[in-house]
Design a protein around this ligand. Structure first.
Ligand code: FAD
Length: 293
């Protein structure tokens, strides 16, 4: 099975997409429509997020396994340490391996219910993502990714300790990182500079979500942990009609992506929320060449 890093390091920019495990039958239909639509554009890899509860976790394993089995795509499964003992984590990693999944995004995760609540590790579990990276590495020949935060993680004391943590994850064996959402290209490029200043050359992929509705704007604010800068508010806010707002959001995502590609990023990771249309539009405008290895 091809690794994510092989697919990123093809010498030309690539794109990848992120999905969530479907909640019900209708959601499953939507997800598979999106997967089939995007499959034709040959994304470098597709990732499936890992939820807080048992059934959603089963659906991540099932969905990622189905992508491995029934499509030409390279799957990556997310995994968090939330409410898992080390024995359970070993079990899930074993499932992934048995399904032919060799790429894992290793995350600490957030406290279930209230993401900003107190983090309490499972009594027989792990405390931080770097420990999960080490565990996955010790269990087999996996390609391991981790999360990075352009504005710093909300629990990090400052940018320096946030960078220390990202480097700790690479030192534990991570091969690449995917960044949380951000607004301006410079926000991501500053993160890349902080990592490069520590002598780390691992691929770092920006996370992109086209802001096509006021809801996706709110989601970007929530996930990034930052307020939208006035340039972006001024660009989007005048569009009171949904069509105009969407068009401005697609233009903005294209412009941010173009600037990042001009700065030499190796790939763009699209948060799709199980829809294909906006990603397809941006990727087509960027003329990203299919990434066959
Ligand atoms: P860590 O790297 O462990 O960091 C957590 C905090 O602890 C940071 O503030 C860090 O600085 C601090 N820290 C770490 N190690 C130490 C140490 N040794 N000593 C002191 N402090 C330390 N969540 C999900 O539930 N499911 C998903 O599928 C999912 N996918 C994601 C995908 C991406 C691309 C991103 C960016 C995030 C995703 N998340 C997901 C959210 C993520 O789980 C949360 O942001 C979580 O709060 C942090 O996870 P982490 O892996 O970065 O944790």
């Amino acid at each position: 099975m091809t690794s994510v890093v092989q697919r990123i390091r093809v010498g030309r920019p690539v794109f990848s997409v992120e999905f969530m495990p479907p909640r019900d039958h209708a959601d499953e239909q939507r997800l598979w429509n999106a997967i089939r639509e995007l499959e034709g554009l040959d994304p470098a890899f597709v990732s499936v997020t890992y939820g807080a509860g048992g059934s959603s976790r089963d659906r991540t394993i099932r969905t990622t396994g189905r992508v491995a089995r029934e499509t030409t795509l390279v799957p990556m499964a997310h995994l968090t340490a939330v409410d898992h003992s080390v024995a359970e984590l070993r079990n899930v990693i074993g499932w992934y391996a048995a399904l032919g999944i060799r790429n894992i995004l290793a995350l600490r995760g957030d406290p279930p219910g209230d993401p900003n609540g107190e983090w309490v590790a499972h009594p027989d579990g792990l405390n931080y993502a770097n420990e999960l990276v080490r565990l996955v590495r010790d269990l087999g020949d996996f390609c391991v990714g981790v999360a990075a935060f352009p504005y710093g993680h909300s629990r990090s004391a400052d940018m320096d300790s946030d960078t220390d943590n990202l480097i700790r994850k690479f030192d534990a064996g991570a091969d690449f990182a995917i960044a949380q959402l951000f607004f301006e290209p410079e926000d991501f490029l500053r993160l890349r500079d902080r990592v490069a200043a520590r002598g780390c050359e691992a691929p770092l992929l920006p996370g992109i979500m086209p802001i096509t509705t006021r809801k996706t704007l709110a989601k970007t604010i929530e996930l990034s942990g930052a307020q939208a800068p006035s340039r972006i508010v001024d660009l989007l806010d005048p569009h009171t009609d949904p069509k105009g707002f969407r068009a401005a959001g697609i233009d903005l995502a294209t412009e941010v992506s173009e600037r990042l590609l001009a700065e030499g990023v190796q790939g763009l990771h699209f948060y799709t929320f199980n829809r294909s249309k906006a990603t397809k539009e941006v990727v087509s405008r960027l003329n990203l060449v299919p990434a066959r290895t």
